[in-house]
Ligand binder design. Structure first.
Ligand code: GAL
Length: 404
């Protein structure tokens, strides 16, 4: 399956996919002038998640400190909003079945109030199985009561991680029965969340199995993980990021492919590698969930995470995911159609040493002269007709914004 996707996309040139005004339906003549309801996840969610850096060490004080740092560092103003608690917050159920946080989180409602007071939103984590991946209490058989508990606390985002249910799926009669069990579990929580009346982003985490991109939206997913876990290594990040070719057609406002959280700032990659990470995720219209300790960021890490032009590509209002349009050995070109007919263009070098690359704008769907901007260099390169040539650093990228 993956091989087919790769073969198809390494050869093809995707069409421009310009935003087409004709798709917009005219409002009925005498419709009342209601303000449009903001759609959950209209652009890929941005925020922070505790797992990549803190794992089971996350607690109330950590979450408050991350919220503070998200504001102080300028991340909130750059668009990062969700402060997401991952696994290991769960305690025991009380006599009424209500799940309590463990002693790392003395008062979730107070924590949510604190996070909200900073202009941020709070996310939480659970599993459709009896246990989570870290063997804490899951939501199996308690979906409605858990959703209501989260709504009562003021939770805005749920990551629902398959783990514990996998053990039950293994005991199913057939792969089809196991698949149905999983789909039903995600639908059950979708409905439970809906019943609370509180809008919550619904993030599916089942590692991309059973081509989740084909059915994630139908079970209510605002985003769905497309891969296994990322680590803070170039090889893993690149394996995940560059394997996303062919998935663009499944992403749209409200429903996104999720190649996992960011590792920027965790120290295992160099600046070129982290620029590749950010650029690729932006072209992929991926959620930008920082996974580092926001209280200990170097100016370089803050600059990587808050680069306005890179974020603008990720959050482009047209909501179209990009794709690979050309590959030769370790060199890959990816493009993303942007609102107004512009394109983001990433020239990626997966080799460890610098390599010359070039982008032929005519072959990328442009006719005549184009306006080119080097995004990371924050530099206008002027009007071009001839192919653009650059030496791309090892494991690095040149990210361009190209317009007529
Ligand atoms: C994994 C998941 C990670 C993290 C972890 C927590 O299954 O992919 O992102 O949530 O569980 O136990």
């Amino acid at each position: 399956m993956k091989a087919v996707r790769l073969a198809l996309c390494a050869l093809c040139f995707v069409s421009a996919g310009l935003v087409d005004g004709s798709q917009k339906k005219a409002a009925p003549a005498r419709a009342p002038a209601l303000a449009p309801r903001p759609q959950i996840g209209a652009t890929p969610p941005m925020g922070w998640n505790s797992w990549n850096y803190f794992k089971e060490r996350v607690d109330d004080a950590t979450v408050r400190a991350q919220a503070d740092a998200m504001v102080a560092s300028g991340m909130r103003d750059a668009g990062y909003v969700y402060v997401n608690i991952d696994d290991t917050w769960e305690g025991q159920r009380d006599a009424g079945g209500v799940l309590q946080p463990n002693n790392k989180f003395p008062d979730m409602k107070a924590l949510a109030d604190y996070v909200h007071s900073k202009g941020l939103k709070l996310g939480i984590y659970s599993s459709p199985g009896p246990k989570t991946c870290a063997r804490y209490e899951g939501s199996y058989g308690h979906e409605e009561i858990d959703a209501q508990t989260w709504a009562n606390w003021g939770i805005d985002y749920l990551k629902y991680d398959l783990c514990g249910l996998r053990e039950m799926m293994r005991a199913a009669e057939s792969p089809e029965a196991a698949h149905t069990m999983m789909i039903d579990a995600y639908i059950k929580m979708r409905d439970a969340l809906k019943k609370t009346g509180r809008p919550m982003v619904y993030s599916l985490c089942q590692y991309g199995n059973d081509a989740v991109w084909q059915w994630g939206e139908s079970v209510g997913g605002n985003l769905w993980r497309t891969t296994g876990d990322i680590t803070d290594r170039y090889a893993k990040m690149a394996e995940i990021g560059f394997s996303q070719a062919g998935l663009a057609q499944y992403a749209k406002p409200g429903h996104w492919n999720d190649p996992d959280m960011l590792e920027v700032g965790n120290g295992g990659m160099n600046a070129d590698e982290y620029r590749t990470h950010m650029s690729l995720w932006a072209i992929l219209a991926a959620p930008l969930l920082a996974g580092n300790d926001l209280t200990k960021m170097t100016p370089e890490t803050i600059a990587l995470l808050t680069n306005k032009e890179v974020i603008a590509i990720d959050q482009d209002p047209a909501g179209k995911q990009g794709d690979r349009v050309w590959a030769e050995g370790p060199k890959e070109i990816w493009t993303r159609p942007l609102a107004g007919g512009a394109k983001a263009l990433g020239l990626f070098n997966r080799h460890h040493a610098p390599l010359p690359m070039q982008a032929d704008f005519a072959r990328l769907g442009f006719s005549g002269a184009v306006k080119v901007r080097d995004v990371w260099a924050a530099k206008d390169l002027g009007q071009m007709t001839a192919p653009y040539k650059a030496t791309v650093p090892g494991h690095g990228v040149v990210l361009l914004r190209v317009s007529k």
